[in-house]
Design a protein around this ligand. Structure first.
Ligand code: SAH
Length: 538
C-alpha cells in the first residue's frame, strides 16, 4: 500500500500536486469510505488513515465499532447532525475540510459505505479543488452490495439476473420521487434502493404500477453487517406490511428481485457462533486486540473502549537500587512478576537504564523467577526466562504462599509489579523471614473516551450490548468513571469478569456477574461463547 502520502505529506498522484507543493503549510484531505458498519469491512487503507490522521471529520453512519478504532489523541469533528437533529449543511462541511487542511493537517473525511455512492463526495472534492487543497479518494465497501451479501442475497446470480442497479429513494422536498419506474422495471435486474424506508410505499407502488409482478421477491435490510442487522423478506406486494410489522427503521435498504428469495437458503451472518452479538471490551489498549480478534472471528461485533492504560514509572530509582541489592545478595533470591504488562515494562526499564540482565543475575546467590499465572509466565518465556514458580490459582495470596514454601529464611524477593498491587502477596513472605522489596514498575491511569461515551450509554440503555468484559478491578472502576454522571443503571449490564476480585468490583455497582473458569483470555472467550454462543454451528 502506498501510505507514504499520509506519513510524510507526499502528494504524488494528485493532479493538483504541482501547484500545491509550493504551499508546504497546506495539509491534505483523504475522502474515505468506512464501509457499512462491520469494522472488518474497513479497507486496509482506511484503517491506516484512521491511525495516522490528525483530524477525522465523520458523520452519522460511522459505526461505534469503527469509531472505537480512533485514538483519543486524534481530533474528531462530528458532522452527522447538529443539536436539535438538523443535518449539518453541506457547505458547512466543505468549509470545515478547507479550514482544517489549511491549518496544515492530515484530514480524514470518513463517510459511511463508499464516499461516491450517494455520499456527496463529489461536491466536497469540488470545493477542495477550488481552494487548491490536495486530496486522495479511498473507496469503501458500499452498503448497496455488502448489506445484501450479509443477508445472504447475492446482487447478481447467473440464473436470475445479469445486472443490479442502485437507486436513491430520497424524496424531493414536495415528497415526490424522481425515479423512472418504467425503465427500471424493463431492466429486469436487481434493484437496490438506498435511503428508502420513508418512501417504501411509493417505491413499491411505483414498481407495480409500471408492471412489475407483485409476487416479485423483495427484502428490506436494516443495519446490515452489524450485530443488530435484521432482514425482512417478502414480495413487492407484501413488503411494506411485513416491514411495518417488524418495525424496520433507517438505515435500511430495499432490495427487489428474484435473488431476494435466495436469502432463506444463503443467510449466514447471524448463524455464526457469536453472530448478532455485540460486546464492549474495556482492557487497556496494549492487550485488547487478542480478545477482540477472537470474538470477531466468532462473528461478534466488538467495541473497544479501553477504561485504563498503564504508564511506566520513569525514571525508576527504587528499581535501580533494588536491582543492585538483588545482585549483591548472597543467598537465594526471587524475581517476581504479577502481570504480562509488568514483564514488558520491566525489560523496557532495564533497556532504558542500559542495564544488562547478566549483571543483574550475575551475583552469587541462586536466582529464581516467580509468575502469578500462565499469561505472565508466557511473557517471561518470550524474554528467555522460564519461571520456577507459577501457582495453580491466579491469586496474589497463593503466589506468596508458594514462594514462601519454596524458600529458606533470609532469601531476597524482588517483586516488580504495579503500584498499589494486592497486599496479600507480602505477609506469607515476611512471615517466612524473607527480605522483600515491593517495587512499583507502572501505574494505572483511567481513560475516558468522550467520542464513544454517549453512543455507548445509548447502546447499553437500549440493550444493544450483550456484555461488557472486565479483566481487572481497575477496568471496572475505569469503565464506571468513563460513563461519568450519566445516571446509568448498571443492573442491566452483564459483566464477564476474569476472576473473583474483578467480579467483586463489578458487583459493587450492581452489575450481573459472570466469571471465567480460569484467569485467561481462552477462558474469557469460552465463557462468552457458553453464555452467548449459538448452540449449534451451521
Ligand atoms: N455511501 C453510502 C450510502 C449513503 S446513503 C454507501 O455506499 O453505503 C445512506 C443510506 O445508505 C441509508 O439510508 C441506507 O439506505 C444505506 N445504508 C448505509 N449503511 C447501511 C447499513 N449498514 N444497513 C442498511 N442500510 C445502510
Amino acid at each position: 500500500m502506498n501510505d507514504g502520502g499520509i506519513v510524510d505529506g507526499n502528494m504524488s498522484g494528485n493532479r493538483n500536486a504541482g501547484k500545491i507543493n509550493e504551499n508546504s503549510a497546506c495539509g491534505k484531505v483523504w475522502l474515505a469510505g468506512a464501509g457499512p458498519g462491520d469494522a472488518g469491512l474497513l479497507t486496509v487503507k482506511a484503517a491506516h488513515l484512521i491511525e495516522k490522521a490528525d483530524v477525522i471529520v465523520y458523520d452519522a453512519l460511522i459505526s461505534a465499532e469503527v469509531l472505537s478504532r480512533i485514538s483519543q489523541n486524534t481530533e474528531t469533528i462530528y458532522v452527522g447532525k447538529h443539536s436539535g437533529n438538523h443535518p449539518v449543511p453541506q457547505h458547512e462541511i466543505n468549509q470545515i475540510l478547507v479550514r482544517e487542511a489549511k491549518k496544515g493537517k492530515k484530514v480524514l473525511r470518513l463517510k459511511g459505505g463508499d464516499p461516491f455512492v450517494f455520499g456527496r463526495g463529489g461536491e466536497e472534492l469540488e470545493t477542495l479543488i477550488s481552494e487548491q487543497i490536495p486530496f486522495e479518494v479511498v473507496p469503501g465497501i458500499t452498503s448497496s452490495v455488502a448489506v445484501p451479501a450479509y443477508a445472504g442475497i447475492p446482487v447478481t446470480h447467473r440464473d436470475y439476473t445479469s445486472s443490479f442497479h442502485v437507486i436513491t429513494g430520497h424524496a424531493r422536498k414536495d415528497g415526490t420521487l424522481s425515479i423512472d419506474f418504467d425503465s427500471l422495471v424493463r431492466l429486469n435486474g436487481t434493484l437496490v434502493f438506498l435511503m428508502s424506508v420513508s418512501s417504501m410505499e411509493k417505491i413499491l407502488k411505483g414498481l407495480t404500477d409500471a408492471g412489475m409482478d407483485p409476487d416479485m421477491p423483495a427484502a428490506v435490510l436494516e443495519r446490515g453487517t452489524t450485530a443488530r442487522q435484521r432482514r425482512v423478506t417478502a414480495t413487492v406486494g407484501t413488503l411494506k406490511a411485513e416491514s411495518d410489522r417488524a418495525g424496520i427503521r433507517t438505515p435500511a435498504i430495499i432490495v427487489v428481485g428474484k435473488v431476494c428469495a435466495l436469502a432463506d437458503e444463503l443467510h449466514w451472518a447471524e448463524d455464526r457462533q457469536l453472530g448478532g452479538r455485540q460486546f464492549l471490551l474495556t482492557r487497556p489498549r496494549q492487550n485488547i486486540s487478542a480478545l477482540a480478534g477472537r470474538l470477531r472471528n466468532l462473528g461478534a461485533q466488538v467495541i473497544e473502549m479501553p477504561a485504563i492504560h498503564t504508564e511506566a514509572v520513569c525514571p525508576n530509582e527504587p528499581l535501580k537500587s533494588a536491582l543492585e541489592r538483588f545482585r549483591q545478595h548472597r543467598e537465594g533470591k526471587w524475581l517476581v512478576f504479577t502481570s504480562p504488562i509488568g514483564v514488558n515494562v520491566f525489560f523496557d526499564t532495564l533497556k532504558e537504564m542500559k542495564m544488562d540482565l547478566r549483571s543483574v543475575f550475575g551475583g552469587n546467590g541462586k536466582v529464581r523467577i516467580g509468575a502469578i499465572g500462565s499469561a505472565t509466565a508466557d511473557s517471561l518465556c518470550e524474554y528467555g526466562l522460564i519461571p520456577d514458580a507459577v501457582p495453580g490459582t491466579y491469586n496474589a495470596g497463593e503466589l506468596g504462599k508458594e514462594l514462601a514454601e519454596m524458600s529458606e529464611p533470609g532469601e531476597y524477593v524482588l517483586i516488580a509489579r504495579a503500584e498499589k498491587g494486592s497486599p496479600d502477596l507480602i505477609p506469607p513472605l515476611t512471615d517466612k523471614g524473607l527480605l522483600v522489596d515491593d517495587i512499583a514498575l507502572y501505574r494505572t491511569v483511567y481513560e475516558i473516551n468522550p467520542l464513544l461515551k454517549e453512543e455507548v450509554i445509548r447502546m447499553l440503555q437500549n440493550g444493544e450490548i450483550d456484555a461488557v468484559t472486565f479483566t481487572s478491578a481497575s477496568t471496572v472502576r475505569g469503565f464506571v468513571r468513563a460513563m461519568g454522571e450519566s445516571g446509568m443503571d448498571y443492573h442491566s449490564v452483564r459483566a464477564v469478569c476474569i476472576g473473583e476480585q474483578t467480579a467483586r468490583a463489578a458487583a459493587e455497582y450492581g452489575m450481573q456477574i459472570e466469571i471465567a473458569d480460569q484467569a485467561s483470555m481462552d477462558a474469557m472467550v469460552e465463557k462468552i461463547t457458553e453464555l452467548f454462543g449459538k448452540k449449534q454451528l451451521k
